[in-house]
Design a protein around this ligand. Sequence first.
Ligand SMILES: [Zn+2]
Length: 186
Amino acid sequence: MPLSPITKMLGLAPPFLLRVFTSESDWGVPSDELESRVRNAVENGFLKRHTSPFSFFHVESDTDLARIVMAFNGNRLDPLSKIVLVPFQRPELIKHSPQLDSTLGLTKCGYANRRHWDWSASDNVVGQLCREVMMAGRGAFRIAKKDLREIVTLAQAESCAAAPGAVESCKVEECVREAAKNSPSE
Ligand SMILES: [Zn+2]
């Protein structure tokens, strides 16, 4: 399993809910002053893209992680665009705001979409979560370009609908079928 070091480097054992950022600066580093780091994460890591509810993806395995990364970057101009991940434990989110709902994601990959969760929280509550997790020492992890290339290659081999140049129907169970629909199948 060539991807397992990625899961290991996230510093948290699955299952977890993954928040995807587009820059390391969205999450900051421990040497940043805590309160400005928290404010920055809320503004740039959460509110810059949209308001509450906020998107998370449920990850149980390296395969989940790879497919979710592909799904996220499949919506961007360059599938090798920088991608930065911070994992959160479900109880960490629920402790601060219990409104965590399974909703279909909006990527081209149905497999990833089925693992999408919406977390509703006020700006203050998002800040509380970030502060707590930052104080616990959780860092953001940037996926290396070579790993992104590997993820794209795997996704193309599976004919994931989010992979660059996808034309065939997907060999991944639930991928295209679920992406084509607009509601969860459960
Ligand atoms: Zn897919």
